[in-house]
Write a protein that binds this ligand. Structure first.
Ligand SMILES: Nc1nc2c(ncn2[C@@H]2O[C@H](COP(=O)(O)OP(=O)(O)OP(=O)(O)O)[C@@H](O)[C@H]2O)c(=O)[nH]1
Ligand SMILES: [Mg+2]
Ligand SMILES: [Zn+2]
Length: 347
């Protein structure tokens, strides 16, 4: 084992975990590196010899660990290390998956206090769980808004950690820094203008990223940050800054929904029917909780919306799920017809 204290890849997250995965794809002429930024047809890879522009086909994504060959006259990515996690959304332009970042261990869901939206935070948290990582909610700009947004989110999003920050006053920045573990990678996710790059700069202790005031409606779609970028954090850990994305369509199997909505999942175990949709079913413990004032109806609405979206995605990609849904609908129709007949008989 080599002395890692002088290994230039360690601040980028290199360690035993990556070494083992890299060994699976290494060849005599390749060396390891991490993709720090992706350009149109090439990517910037940090290696022990410094940062280099490498061509690759297909292009890896930011956060990928790769094997590059530097022996030819141009640097080429020869292989991509098996990802342990991937932040995925549905490509807004079509029915494809788009990987936003690879090999992340933590998603910092930035939630600006001046533009509260619990539903958005729930969607982003779900994407984090679906990606194989976990979310921590970082409320930003708390100097602008004295409301109890962080408390609201902590209450509503049961079991998720919430950190209050202000890059202006410096509040909470050390708490976020403490979340960034050596050899672990965190990614900033959140709407444009949330203060992601500002927070990144505060963590880095320098203005590495450009920041700008939130733009007016006439300049919609323009983001200050235009590409995803990976940087080592001096106090430990690795950070990926991303441009705020407007559309965050879900893409995934739906394993994350019970973690995002742990309170509803727990209640659902007490519903009379195992396949209860918590809509109009008799003996529904979830609806009972709303009626009793124990569950926020907005949270249930958010759950239903995301659940429907996931179910739709599942049916689209999975013919077995599609057939199951068809059978379920048929059974419901049959049941409704039967009830109708019975009603007629009673009259
Ligand atoms: N008052 C206040 N303003 C902040 C804070 N953090 C960021 N801002 C301001 O919010 C604006 C947007 O910040 P950015 O860091 O560029 O936002 P971003 O999330 O990186 O935006 P995109 O790159 O477009 O996704 C800038 O004008 C910042 O100065 C904060 O804690 N308090
Ligand atoms: Mg930015
Ligand atoms: Zn129910």
């Amino acid at each position: 084992v080599s002395d890692q204290s002088h290994d230039a890849l360690v601040p980028l997250g290199w360690g035993d975990r990556v070494q083992a995965l890299y060994d699976e794809i290494a060849t005599a002429t390749t060396r390891p590196g991490r993709v720090v930024r992706v350009a149109r047809a090439a990517c910037f890879v940090a290696t022990r010899e410094g940062e280099t522009l490498a061509s690759a086909d297909p292009l890896p994504v930011v956060g990928d660990w790769v094997a590059v060959d530097t022996t030819a006259d141009r640097v080429v990515v020869l292989g991509v290390v098996t990802r342990w996690s991937a932040l995925i959304r549905q490509d807004p332009s079509g029915d494809r998956a788009q990987v936003l970042a690879a090999n992340v261990d933590l998603v910092l869901v930035t939630a600006p206090a001046d533009r509260p939206s619990a539903a958005r935070v729930e969607r982003e948290s779900l994407i984090a769980w679906e990606s194989g990582t976990r979310p921590v909610i970082v409320v930003t700009k708390t100097d602008l808004d004295r409301s109890a947004y962080a408390d609201e989110l902590a209450t509503r999003l049961v079991g998720v950690d919430v950190v209050s920050t202000s890059a202006t006053t410096g509040d909470g920045v050390a708490e976020v820094a403490a979340l960034l573990q050596p050899c672990h990678t965190a990614v900033l996710l959140g709407p444009s203008g949330a203060g992601k790059s500002t927070l990144a700069n505060a963590l880095l202790g320098e203005d590495a990223f450009a920041t700008a005031a939130v733009r007016g409606v006439d300049a919609r779609g323009r983001h200050t940050t235009t590409s995803r970028q990976l940087v080592p954090v001096p106090t430990g850990g690795v950070l990926i800054d991303t441009p705020g994305v407007r559309s965050l369509g879900l893409w995934g199997g739906g394993q994350g929904i019970d973690r995002t909505f742990a309170d509803i999942a727990e209640l659902a175990t007490r519903c009379r029917f195992a396949d209860c949709r918590h809509e109009h079913e008799p003996g529904c413990a979830v609806i009972a909780a709303v009626t009793a004032g124990d569950l926020d109806p907005d949270r249930l609405a958010s759950f239903r919306k995301l659940e429907r979206e996931l179910a739709w995605e599942r049916r689209r990609v999975d013919p077995v799920a599609r057939d199951a849904e068809r059978r379920r609908r048929k059974a419901i129709h049959k049941e409704q017809r039967r009830r109708y007949r019975d009603l007629g008989r009673d009259r």
